[in-house]
Design a binder for this molecule. Structure first.
Ligand SMILES: Cc1cc2nc3c(=O)[nH]c(=O)nc-3n(C[C@H](O)[C@H](O)[C@H](O)COP(=O)(O)OP(=O)(O)OC[C@H]3O[C@@H](n4cnc5c(N)ncnc54)[C@H](O)[C@@H]3O)c2cc1C
Length: 395
């Protein structure tokens, strides 16, 4: 059989790989061929199918705010961007806002500093004092809180599975080829990657390659002799029910202890950062069941007294592709290999960034520069220089 060649090969075909393939295939100035290689097309064990599906403008760096705003616009016009013969998956956007809570001056000062950046970048965010919090959220015990920061109803949740299916179905209809298979080695000739090899032995010649391998980003980077500061970190999610329904609108709440919860139809979804937040095995997707009782529930019951009696109705384990340098996405090529593009390290915000990152990487490949969003600050070059570009609003 003749060896196949594609102008672009994405290694990993979940949200980020599919968003890039989708954007390339939608760009009238790109007339190349695209192949997405995905080791598990059931998507059972990838961040994209284990996420909590929320989008927010409340970040501390302009590129992250702009990326989310791009995502919000994309979600509003999701049908137009993804339909095939008039049919698109149901994205089910629910607007609810995010509410970050503070109980010390330093945290509140940080929120106020972020608010200046957010306003300058067109995000409508309000800092609330203790009295305003108490008035707005009578079901919350605000006694130890000195303030909070609330976003608008543009912040909310979508169905990430539908987002993935939307990217994929439109990309496939546009001619993108999805291959089930694992990339096990990459052939490099000086400053260029020439081909990738799958576990089956199949070799694919390439023009450009994208590392969209999620928590396995470092494994893929190693195949070209590079490093990327991304490691798999365990994140558990819990859905709980409470006998008494919240009568008041409740946003997605992030407590000062970094426990987060939000309503989800008749239940609530929650999670937190584990105390022992270390790299885990690539194949470790296990739930950490004790996290709910030991860490999350005591915090929930402190801030919402009626959560003192709740029951967990479902739960799942997951992995963040955790960027140990600065929690931000790492995008584009480095100085050593010109046609190997990173799209990694999204930590807990890659779902909302996938439409914007798809567009951005497609522009880098097509034009050699960003045209819609300037994401230079997120480039791989900062990794080479060991210069973090820190995001402080991390969940
Ligand atoms: C608990 C949890 C909550 C989250 N909540 C949010 C949220 O509220 N909002 C938000 O925006 N984001 C959230 N995220 C983050 C978001 O899910 C991720 O940032 C996003 O899904 C990353 O997508 P990805 O395509 O980069 O990675 P993944 O979804 O992990 O996909 C990588 C793919 O690459 C494939 N792959 C890897 N190596 C190879 C190889 N060698 N060959 C072929 N295929 C390969 C894998 O099989 C996988 O399918 C959350 C994540 C978790 C775990």
């Amino acid at each position: 059989m003749a060896r196949e060649r594609f102008d672009v090969v994405c290694i990993g075909g979940a949200l980020v790989g599919s968003a890039i393939a989708h954007a390339l295939s939608e760009n009238p100035d790109f007339d190349g061929t695209v192949c997405v290689v995905e080791r598990d097309q059931t998507y059972d064990k990838c961040s994209s199918s284990r996420a909590q599906n929320s989008i927010r403008e409340q970040f501390s760096t302009p590129p992250n705010i702009k990326l989310s705003q791009y995502g919000m616009e994309f979600f509003q016009n999701f049908h137009e961007h993804t339909h095939v013969n008039g049919e698109s998956p149901a994205l089910n956007f629910v607007g609810r806002g995010y509410l970050f809570l503070a109980k010390d001056d330093m945290k509140l000062a940080n929120m106020k500093a972020n608010q200046v950046i957010q306003h300058a970048n067109g995000a409508d965010v309000q800092v609330l004092d203790h009295d305003e919090l108490t008035k707005r959220y009578p079901l919350m015990d605000c006694s130890d809180l000195i303030g909070g920061c609330l976003g608008t109803m543009k912040e909310g949740t979508v169905d990430a599975w539908s987002l993935l299916q939307g990217f994929r179905q439109r990309a496939i209809a546009n001619g993108v080829v999805y291959k089930q298979g694992e990339v096990v080695s990459i052939q490099r000739d000086g400053a260029r990657v020439r081909s990738v090899t799958l576990a089956t032995g199949e070799v694919i010649d390439v023009g450009d390659v994208v590392n969209s391998s999620g928590p396995r980003a470092q494994k893929t980077a190693e195949m070209v002799g590079l490093d990327v500061p991304v490691e798999p970190r365990s994140r558990s999610s819990f859905v709980f029910s409470c006998r008494t329904e919240l009568e008041h609108h409740m946003p997605l709440v992030i407590t000062p202890d970094n426990v987060h919860f939000r309503p989800d139809q008749q239940h609530y979804v929650c999670g937190t950062q584990p105390d022992d937040d270390v790299a885990v095995d690539y194949d470790d997707w296990e739930l950490r069941p004790n996290e709910f009782e030991d860490k999350i529930w005591p915090v929930l019951a402190t801030y919402v007294p009626m959560f003192d009696r709740v029951s967990v109705v479902s739960s799942w384990g997951g992995q963040y592709a955790f960027n140990t340098l600065d929690h931000n996405a790492i995008l584009g090529p480095g100085s050593e290999v010109e046609n190997f593009h990173f799209a990694n390290g999204f930590s807990g915000h890659g779902m909302q960034q996938s439409p914007g990152v798809g567009r951005a990487i497609s522009e880098l490949i097509t034009y050699g520069e960003y045209r819609t969003l300037d994401l230079t600050a997120l480039s791989y070059h900062r990794v080479e220089r060991n210069e973090p570009y820190l995001e402080t609003a991390v969940i």
